[in-house]
Design a protein around this ligand. Structure first.
Ligand code: B12
Ligand code: SF4
Length: 516
């Protein structure tokens, strides 16, 4: 079949500032197996430009695809773009199958199929196995009911088949790197870059996290094969920066160490960046020099909040002392630490932001990333927040950079004020500036300066948008009214709950041992 994969243009800050793009890994992960199944596959990345809809449609028409596969890594906030784009594609190419996949459609299939007749089929969960099987059925005009992991309309009623089995062997499917020209993609200040996954899933159970529910179980690639693929990307395509999409790449000490050693043995000067847990960094204290030697330049630590009570409610696990220790250890090993700070919880008061700032100063991370809590309908946190009022009805702004729910004691303008104040204090304090200007390691300095460059653009942009463009509801619906019922346990066609927990917030030790 002639297949067109489309990465739609995304309106959010992460896509528009900075002016650099990473390859759309989700689509490439589906594209590789489709090529291997013998299909003619092309990928149109509309992030470049960004391409206006009429040009995307014109390019699609010129290729005359029999199936159009759309996905978007920004998930919720990218959905309105997919809706509009697929409407136009349906008019221009009425005979093509339109197939939609990714995290958001996986959980919102019922509403999407009911409201968007232009979308024919939704692939739910991992796409590597399901997408080629679906295309085969479409080619044979066979009934779709037998295929797990999809949703479609039966008559006019949305219908989902049982969940697809999880992929146990992540090395069984290859990424379709040949579908993109890697010289167009960059990150970390203009350096050729890719997104990769060493592992999928997370053994932890934070209540607000949408990712662990999607990937369900922590699995990892073969460390040696994975290191060899990164080396191949360096030698063949000149890739310099590796951005890990993993939720918790270091979850298994043994596997992560094996990967670091395998990559060091490849002798490739790669820069590795990603996110992980502070407790993993503390656990690996004795071999952090291996991290550095393999090329790890920055780890984002999902600390999220600096109030023990909030962290306990979120079942974040970890502890204040480990968070601090992790930052110190990363610093000792010349690795940049980035700490997240999530705001927008219902009971927050001004004094909480003040305390948060003081804690951040004491933790002393090199960089911070502030976000607003954003409740996905497939998380436990959705239940907690169900009765809170939505102030932001525009899904494009459900991108973690806009406040979407009311806060009881602090109005939105003051939440924003605190966010901007905290960002300014953290990034303009002398220690942070010194690291950007005078750190002995030039690569460290350059990375810090690159981040400052983005901050200089984002900081005023967010303020401006808040005052001039974004509209908020004064008396919006509750979250439960806005999204309707939660879709976690009640949903028969979803995978079950992820990794079991023995104690709130701490992954089942038996599970942990299995993966280690
Ligand atoms: C790398 C990344 C980015 C990169 C994107 C680079 C790129 N071109 O892909 C950058 C830094 C630019 C970025 C920006 C943003 N991101 Co981002 N990002 C990620 C991250 C870490 C990895 C994405 C990824 O590659 N995953 C691995 C691939 C293999 O998984 P996948 O895309 O889900 O694909 C699989 C399936 O879903 C399915 N599938 C996916 N698409 C399709 C399509 C079809 C047709 C089919 C059949 C199947 C299918 O098959 C694939 C293989 O199994 C995720 C977190 C995560 N671990 O996934 C967050 C994540 C996707 N980002 C998120 C957000 C909010 C954003 C921003 C809005 C942030 C901002 N404020 O600017 C922007 C949006 C920009 C955009 N274009 O999407 C959220 C989305 C939350 C949600 N559910 O709504 C996530 C989940 C992070 C989180 N912790 O919650 N992001
Ligand atoms: S540590 Fe928590 S927030 Fe991070 S991926 Fe795991 S469950 Fe999600």
């Amino acid at each position: 079949m002639r297949i067109l994969l489309i990465n739609p243009p995304h309106p959010s800050i992460g896509s528009r500032i900075p002016d650099e793009h990473l390859p759309p890994l989700g689509l490439l992960a589906v594209g590789g197996p489709l090529v291997d199944a013998g299909h003619a596959v092309r990928l149109l990345d509309a992030e470049f430009g960004p391409l206006p809809f009429h040009q995307i449609v014109a390019q699609a028409q010129a290729y005359a695809p029999e199936a159009i596969l759309v996905g978007h890594s920004g998930s919720t906030s990218g959905h309105p773009v997919v809706v509009e784009l697929t409407r136009q594609l349906r008019i221009a190419i009425p005979e093509a199958w339109i197939i939609y996949g990714g995290v958001f459609p996986t959980f919102h299939w019922r509403e999407i199929l009911a409201e968007q007749p232009q979308i024919d089929v939704i692939v739910r969960g991992e796409g590597e196995l399901t997408a080629p099987a679906l295309i085969r059925l479409l080619e044979q005009h066979a009934p779709l009911r037998s295929l797990p992991g999809i949703a479609f309309r039966q008559g006019r009623i949305p219908f989902a088949t049982p969940p697809a089995p999880l992929i146990d062997d992540l090395d069984a499917y290859r990424i379709g790197w040949e579908l993109v020209d890697l010289s167009r993609y960059s990150y970390w200040g203009g350096r050729r870059a890719v997104v990769v996954q060493f592992s999928r899933g997370c053994p932890h159970c934070c209540t607000y996290c949408g990712q662990r529910v999607f990937w369900k179980r922590w699995r990892q690639r073969n460390p040696q094969k994975f290191a060899a693929e990164l080396a191949w990307l360096y030698h063949t395509h000149g890739v310099e920066v590796i951005d890990f999409a993993d939720e918790d790449p270091t979850a298994s000490k043994a596997a992560w160490r094996a990967f670091l050693e395998a990559l060091i043995a490849e002798h490739v000067p790669l820069t590795l960046i990603g996110s992980t847990r502070a407790d993993d960094i503390v656990r690996d204290a004795e071999f952090l020099p291996l991290y550095k030697q393999a090329g790890v330049a920055r780890f984002l630590l999902g600390i999220e909040n600096y109030n023990e009570e909030t962290l306990r409610k979120l079942r974040k696990g970890g502890s204040e002392s480990k968070d601090r220790q992790a930052i110190r250890l990363l610093r000792k090993n010349g690795i940049i630490s980035m700490a997240t700070y999530v705001v927008g919880f219902e009971e927050e008061r001004d004094r909480d932001y003040w305390r948060g700032l003081r804690q951040l100063l004491a933790y002393d991370p090199d960089q911070i990333q502030t976000m607003y809590v954003t409740p996905h309908r497939w998380t436990d946190y959705f239940h907690t927040a169900a009765q809170r009022q939505v102030i932001q009805p525009d899904l494009r702004l459900w991108d973690y950079k806009h406040q979407v729910l009311t806060t009881r004691f602090v109005p939105p303008w003051r939440v924003l004020w605190w966010v901007k104040f905290i960002e300014a204090v953290m990034q303009l304090r002398p220690r942070a500036l010194w690291r950007a200007m005078a750190h002995p390691d030039p690569a460290f300095r350059k990375a810090m300066q690159w981040y400052y460059g983005i901050g200089r653009l984002v900081w005023p942009y967010e303020l401006w948008r808040f005052m001039m463009d974004d509209r908020r509801l004064k008396n919006g619906p509750t979250l439960a009214e806005f999204w309707a019922a939660p879709v976690d346990e009640a949903e028969p066609a979803l995978p079950g709950k992820p990794a079991p927990v023995a104690v709130a917030g701490i992954a089942d030790p038996a599970y942990r041992t299995r993966v280690s």
